[in-house]
Design a protein around this ligand. Sequence first.
Ligand code: KIV
Ligand code: ZN
Length: 524
Amino acid sequence: MTTNAASQTVSGKDRVLIFDTTLRDGEQSPGASMTLEEKLQVADLLDEMGVDIIEAGFPIASEGDFEAVTEISRRVKRATVAGLARAGQKDIDRAGEAVKGAVRPRIHTFISTSPVHMKHKLQMAPEKVLDLVTASVTRARNWVEDVEWSAEDGTRTEMDFLCRCVEAAIRAGATTINIPDTVGYTTPGEYARIFRTVRERVPNSDKAIFSVHCHNDLGMAVANTLAGLQGGARQIECTVNGIGERAGNAALEEIVMAIKTRNDAFPYECGVETTMLTRASKLVAAVTSFPVQYNKAIVGRNAFAHESGIHQDGMLKNTETYEIMTPESVGVSKTSLVMGKHSGRHAFREKLKELGYDLGENALEDAFKRMKDLADRKKHVYDEDIEALVDDEILTAHDGIKVVALTIIAGTQGPQLATLTLDVNGAHKTVQSTGNGPVDACFNAIHALVPHEARLELYQVHAVTEGTDAQAEVSVRLAEDGKSVTAKAADPDTLVASARAYLGALNKLMVKRLRGKPEALAAG
Ligand code: KIV
Ligand code: ZN
C-alpha cells in the first residue's frame, strides 16, 4: 500500500486524497505555461495547503518539464510527487529519473482503453493494449512502490475490457487506479455506476485506491467527481481554478468546499486547509495569466459580494440568509457589499461606516441619492467613488474657509506681495505675505492665516476657453498623512482661481480629518 493510502479517519469518515494536477493537466491549457520558478512557487503552496499528491509534470514532454519534476521532487517534503508517463519504456524511465529524489515518489502511467482511442489514436488491438498495461506498470514498479495507472478515455471504454485492464494493472503492482473522464462526456449517475461496477467485478479491486479525474466539457466535472466518490473512489484529481485541457478540469476549491459545506451529502474528510484556497487561486491566476471569472464559485471576486438591496439587507441581519459558507473559511477577509443601483439605504449606511463616515439622516439621504445617480451612469461604483461623493457633499455643506478679498502686487520690481482676507469659519482674517512670484505669495498668505502641514503635490493651470479673457482653471493637490486630495477652481483671474483651488483642497483635507465626527463638522 502507498504511504498516502486512503483510510478511515478518527471521525469514522473516509479520507479522500487530493491529487492536484495544476502543474501537469492544468499547464496543458493553451497559453497556461509556467516558468520553473513559478512552478516551484505553486508546488510550495500546494504542499503547504495539504494537498496529498502533486502531479508536477510530464517529464518526457520537454527538458523544462523534466527539470520541474526533478526540482519539485527535491523540495516538497509532505506531499507525494507524481510524474506522468505514457506506457512506453522511455517515458517511464524518464519519469522514474525525475521523481527519484522525492520523499514520496509516484509514477503515473496511462494508456487509452476506449475503442475510438485504440483504433484511431494508438492503432493497436485491445490485446496489445492489455499487454502494455502489465508491462508499463511492472516497469514503473521497478522505480517506485507507488504506481498509479490510468485508463485514458475510461468513461467511453467497454466495461468488460476496462475490468480486464484494471485487474491486470493491479496484478502488476498499481496501487492507484484512475478512470478518467478524459473528454468530459460522462454524467454523475453513470460515473458512479462505472466505479461501483469495476470495484465489484474486478477480483483484486480491494488492493488499490480508485481515483476520479474529470474534464469539464459539459460543465459537469465537479458533479461527476463527487458522484465518483459516491461510487467508491477515494482519490480526486483536480486543478486550482479548474484550469486544464479545453474546458478545464474539476476545480479543487469547488470540490473541497462542497465536501466541507455539504458534509451531510459527502461524508468524507480531506486534508486541504481551506483558508488557503483564495491564495492558491490568486497565485495560479497570476502565474498562468488566466483570469478567474468574476462569478466563479468559491474564488471569483463576486463569490462573496452582494449587490441587490434585498440580499444586502438580509446579509446585514444574518449572514446565513445568503451565504452558505463564510468568506473567512476560504481565505477572504470579509463579505463585500457592492454598491450599485440595486443597493438599499441600510447597506449604504453600513458601507459608509466601513469607510469611516457617520452622517446624519439628511446628509445620508442626499449621499444615497447621489450614489444611485452615479450607479445609473457608471458601471462600477467603487469605494473611492463613494468617498469622493460624500466628501464633496460634506464639503459643500462645510466650506469652512473662503476667499473674501485678494490683491496682488506683481511685476519686475519684486518681491511680489499678496494681501489676502479669508473667512475662516465665519471670522474674517487678513494678512500680507511676500513670495517668489505672485502664486507663491498667495499660498504663503494662506499658510499664514491657516497654518497646516499639508504638502503641495500638484499645481496646474489651464485656460478653459481661448483668448486673453478666458477663465483659468487651476488644479491643486495637497497631501497630508498619506491622504491626498485634489480640488479645482475656475476664475478669469488666475490668482483668484489659484487661491480658491488651494482652499478647496484644504477644506477637503479638513473634512477628512473630521470624518466620523459629525458634531465637529456641524460646529464648523
Ligand atoms: O484526461 C486524462 O485522461 C488525463 C490522463 C493522462 C490521466 O489527463
Ligand atoms: Zn486530464
